[in-house]
Ligand binder design. Sequence first.
Ligand code: FCB
Length: 450
Amino acid sequence: MPTQTPEARALGLPDDFLWGASTSAFQVEGAAGEDGRGPSVWDTFCRLKGRVDNGDTGDVACDHYHRYAEDVALMRDLGVGAYRFSISWPRVLPRGRGAINEKGLDFYDRLIDRLLEAGIEPWACLYHWDFPQALHDLGGWSRRDSAGWFADYATLCARRYGDRVKRWATFNEFSVFTLFGYAFGWGAPSIADRAEHLKVIHHVNLAHGAGVDVLRALVPNASIGAVHSYQPCRPEDDAPENVEGAALFNELWNLTFPDPQILSHYPPRIAQAIEPYVQAGDMARIGRPMDWFGVNHYAPVYAKAEPGMVWGCGFGSPPPDMPRTNIGWPYQPDAFREALLDLTGRYRLPIYVTENGYGTKAAETPDERGMINDTERLDYLRACIGSMAEAHKAGADVRGYFVWSLLDNFEWGGGYGTRFGIVHVDFATQKRTLKESAKWYARLIGGRVA
Ligand code: FCB
């Protein structure tokens, strides 16, 4: 029996194509000091002066910790088949290791049970950037034994939720949190040091491999993946130094994690630099068999040589005639097709689009009829989903799509002033209002809304 709407079928997507929505713990949960949760490096980062727009923090966020049932009901009405959320490491292990926080574990029990009751498949991600501050204080990802800390945390989660959660991702966007956090200094924990960055890359890769082994051993019928940011990377112009800068940037952004994890080697420029940290047997520890490839895609990246930066390369400018969103991201939905085809060719794994969406600094407040006409987001999502369907026709093995994001939320350095939700959140009242993009998405995927 076909499970797709006529609109989705017209795109040529298979009957079992999965439609979902994504969030992450730090961005939506709030309840930062409640029920024994420990601090994460992002709690600390938010308190550094001038680092997050408007001085925003994750203290309350979307209050999903208390409002999860309402949010699950919303997803059910939208027709969402799967919810990708992350588990907050410091909520379940407040000091990152050692004492377990039962109340924190209970929260995810409630969330998972509610999702299952609503017929929504839980997709749990173990790490979406909210690293326990206590572990960072011990040396964090710079220490090789951090892989063991992650494996112990994964063991706790697998034992607790593995009876009900079958879809697991180890990390979200390895390259982004390591580059921004340890090379550019733009995100937590705000370090800019090449040697630290290299160590962190390798240890996070080892943690991933150890996490996959734990999930495989402890979760019956687990389907295990990892979530990568993949944005086609182009030089800002054809000056030789920028072409080389973009090649290095491409390795750092797109290849440094999936290549060792799936192909068992680092890309060439990184391989050389990382050698001092690689021990015998490491590549086999990292390259564990995977069931799917999670890709987050937003826009192509333009790069250039930038001698002042730790790696000598950085973000360049897109061509002047390329449209941009009001948060400055290149607007080119076609790049999605290219990304999906590249990934299919390179890694040969089933692909799930684990994030794609449109951010704006517009307030998007409801009009007098209570409507939020987020036409630009709707057009962008429609174009991206069309581009994904073309990629599928051309042979990309894409099996599902999760919109980023279900809710407006804490957009890292952009705070609450940058909105990615298909559902509007009034952060003063926590009221949720469907934007027109949410209604459109619901019509596409067979929801009950409008
Ligand atoms: C991705 C992150 C996600 C969200 C979107 C807009 O890099 O994984 O948490 O912030 O960007």
